[in-house]
Structure formats: C-alpha cells, structure tokens
Design a protein around this ligand. Sequence first.
Ligand SMILES: *[C@@H]1O[C@H](CO)[C@@H](O)[C@H](O)[C@H]1NC(C)=O
Ligand SMILES: *[C@@H]1O[C@H](CO)[C@@H](O)[C@H](O)[C@H]1NC(C)=O
Ligand SMILES: *[C@@H]1O[C@H](CO)[C@@H](O)[C@H](O)[C@H]1NC(C)=O
Ligand SMILES: *[C@@H]1O[C@H](CO)[C@@H](O)[C@H](O)[C@H]1NC(C)=O
Length: 248
Amino acid sequence: MKHLFVIAIVCSCVIEVRSVLCWRCSGKTCQRIVRFCPSDNTCQTTSITRSTGEINTTLIEQDCPQITQEVSFTSRLAFGSKSVKSCTGNQCNDETVADPSNRTENGLECYGCFASTSESCTKSEEKVKCVGQEDRCFYGSGTQSLASFGSSFFIKGCVTKNVCNGSANLNEFLVSLDAQTSCCQGNLCNVGSAGPLLCNRCSGKTCTPIPVLCPSSSRSCETVSLTQFIGNVTLRFTKETFNIVWTL
Ligand SMILES: *[C@@H]1O[C@H](CO)[C@@H](O)[C@H](O)[C@H]1NC(C)=O
Ligand SMILES: *[C@@H]1O[C@H](CO)[C@@H](O)[C@H](O)[C@H]1NC(C)=O
Ligand SMILES: *[C@@H]1O[C@H](CO)[C@@H](O)[C@H](O)[C@H]1NC(C)=O
Ligand SMILES: *[C@@H]1O[C@H](CO)[C@@H](O)[C@H](O)[C@H]1NC(C)=O
C-alpha cells in the first residue's frame, strides 16, 4: 500500500512537468488543432516570410518545440526570414498570423543579386542593406524555385552566419545552396566571384593561419580534422579571395 502511494505521486509529478497542450497548424492562415506535446512546458511559433520583391508570402507554423534555427537572407529583390518564438503554458502559442519579418537595417551592406547565371548576377548587382540578424555577406549558387527564372541560380547578398557554416540552410525559402557557398565579414566584402583563391593554412592543436595562394583549379578552402594514428592533429584552412577573409 505504501509503495503504491509513492508510485502514484511520482507519476503525477512526471506528467505535470513533461506535458503541455500546444496549438498546431501550418500554412498561410492557421487552421489550428490542439496537440499534446510530450515535452517540457513550452510551445513554439515559427514565422516564415519569403519574397521575390513582387510577391511576399508569409507562413505560420505552430507546434510542440522543434529544434530549428532562426535564419535570414536579403538579396537584390528577394529576401527570406524565419523567426522562432517559444512560450510557456498550455495553448500559449495562440497567434493566428505570422510575425512580420524583421526588416530593420543593421548597418551592414553587401553586394546583392539573384539571377540564373553568374554573369547576369554580377551585371545586375546592387548594394543591399542587411537587416535583422544578417551579419555576413555571401556568394552562392544552387537550385531554386522562389523566383520564376529557372532552377539554376547564382546569388549574392546578406545572410545570417549560421548558413555559412552549414548549420542552417535556406530551404524554407525554396532556395537550395550548393556546398561552395562563400561568406565573408565586413561591408561589401562579397565583391567579385572568381579570381585567385587564397586559403589560410595551419596545422596543429591550435592554429596560426598563414595565407597561401591555391592552384587555379581550386575553388574552395577546407578545414580538415585528423584524429588517426598521430593523436589529434587539426589542419585548418579558411577561405580568402581578393584579400578578403572568407569564413566558412
Ligand atoms: C514585401 O515586403 C517588403 C519588405 O517588407 C516591402 O518593402 C514590399 O513593399 C513588400 N511587397 C509587397 C508586394 O507587399
Ligand atoms: C530587428 O533587427 C534589428 C537590427 O539587427 C535589431 O536591433 C532588433 O532587435 C531586431 N528586432 C527584433 C524584434 O528582433
Ligand atoms: C554555426 O554557427 C552558429 C551561429 O554562430 C552556431 O550556433 C553553430 O553552433 C555553428 N555550427 C557549427 C557546426 O559550427
Ligand atoms: C583527442 O580527441 C578525443 C576525441 O575528440 C578527445 O576525447 C581527447 O581528449 C583528445 N585528446 C587530446 C590529447 O586532445
């Protein structure tokens, strides 16, 4: 009898801490349903804006807490942003429209273009003002269905740094960047798109980089970590072009 009583108390505590009811929906407007979340006491609202300049689309997603990062980019006409908000308590995520994207300029400027070829991108480029948390300039290519000019694309603009190290992507804005996306730090640092490539070279447990000129066939620098045979040796290379430090 004593045992049963103890178990009953333990269970009710666990349920109280570990569960919450959250609104769940996804889309341009929100047809909400209530969902039981086996998580802590928090619910989540994600707001996504994607724009081609002519058409702005906003989406709202409400759910149990999901692991996701805020991300934002701005190109010449196109931009996209995703913001994430958590709240505490049953059905606390009760908004029915997405939060507007943060278009407050943050002082950084980058070259911006978004076009089907590298040449047409460079020709049409203009300075763009970075907004919100966008703290890097970038240059990239890949496939897209955000704008109507075809699948392949080249892009320059502002981006949040989590896209630069591959921990976030632009897929929610219908933009899929290939692996050679380059980022740099500083006003208008994403000048040009080709040229002799300088990489930083270093080797060891800690890293004192020395710039080296790469063969013309190289398009990217690499960071390599080796942990075989000779202990923990780290080779680190950081991308550099036109005397600009490109950070991966
Ligand atoms: C799209 O959003 C941008 C930034 O908020 C704004 O400048 C632009 O006028 C909007 N376009 C339309 C068609 O609403
Ligand atoms: C929007 O971006 C600006 C510039 O980075 C920043 O100062 C501000 O705190 C942001 N606002 C919100 C609501 O995140
Ligand atoms: C990438 O950068 C973001 C933002 O600084 C950071 O939170 C994340 O841990 C980094 N991820 C990797 C894999 O380096
Ligand atoms: C070597 O790397 C392993 C795995 O990352 C780590 O656990 C270990 O502490 C490292 N050893 C030294 C000497 O740094």
